[in-house]
Ligand binder design. Structure first.
Ligand code: CA
Length: 250
């Protein structure tokens, strides 16, 4: 459901409950994507991918990397090589190529936290909701900055990254892993996402999935991927979240 006015909040909760046969909820964990959700970093990732991939002699478009957002780096590399050459590099070469991409990313100016996201994450904590990081990234540049930018909100044992999942989004595995780490069931968590593949992953894990349009991806694409509710910006999400939480918990 695309958010238009506050009455949509209860309607989105009712639709989620009908779909998942849920009656009562007590939200105790917020499973948060990183790139494009906690950080305004997607254009830098797209640039780094474009540079690395074109250097391999593969024709591509910078914007197409926004569509692969959420996939693991290895999966993106396999996809591009399969398309261009009909074959994929071995694991060692994939590692080298991904390393090169992370290097090109780290050479760019540091991305800022997404406007509104720090405030929202602090609100989660005040309400007893544990923030859990669920990212397909293994990009240490950002992972190392989370503590400083988010005031230690994401505990070290509550982080799903490229290093501890095998399938990556849109598979539900990363969000199921996040639930397991936080020791909560699907109905007692929420997902915060910005990309269609990530939204699909959260929805397939059976979690109330909040999509926030923070880039060029249309609201409708996030809705079609299975979002429980779609906000048009992070400040809008931050503004209405307390009311949404009330609907979820009553
Ligand atoms: Ca993302």
């Amino acid at each position: 459901m695309i958010f238009k006015d506050p009455s949509d909040l209860q309607a989105a909760v009712n639709a989620y409950r009908a779909k998942t046969c849920t009656t009562r909820q007590h939200i105790r964990a917020a499973l948060c994507d990183m790139d494009g959700t906690l950080y305004d970093s997607m254009s830098r990732h797209a640039k780094a991918w474009y540079r690395m991939i074109t250097e391999q002699g593969i024709a591509c478009d910078e914007n197409e990397f926004l569509m692969y957002e959420g996939m693991t780096g290895a999966a993106t590399i396999r996809l591009l090589f399969q398309r261009a050459f009909g074959t994929v590099p071995d694991e060692a070469r994939i590692k080298e190529l991904y390393h090169l991409k992370t290097l090109y990313f780290s050479e760019q100016p540091k991305p800022d936290p997404m406007p509104g996201a720090q405030h929202l994450v602090q609100y989660f904590r005040r309400m007893g909701i544990r923030p859990v990081l669920v990212t397909g990234s293994g990009q240490t540049t950002l992972l190392n900055r989370l503590d400083a930018d988010y005031n230690n909100a994401f505990a070290a044992d509550l982080r799903v990254t490229a290093h501890n999942v095998t399938k990556g989004k849109p598979d539900p595995e990363p969000y199921l892993k996040g639930l397991e780490m936080a020791q909560v069931c699907a109905s007692d968590a929420i997902v915060l996402e910005n990309a269609p593949l990530g939204v699909e992953s959260g929805a397939r894990a059976g979690i109330f999935t909040i999509a926030v349009a923070t880039g060029p991806v249309p609201l409708q694409a996030l809705n079609d991927a299975g979002a429980s509710i779609v906000f048009s910006s992070m400040p809008q999400c931050d503004k209405y979240f307390p009311e949404l939480l009330f609907c979820l918990n009553t």
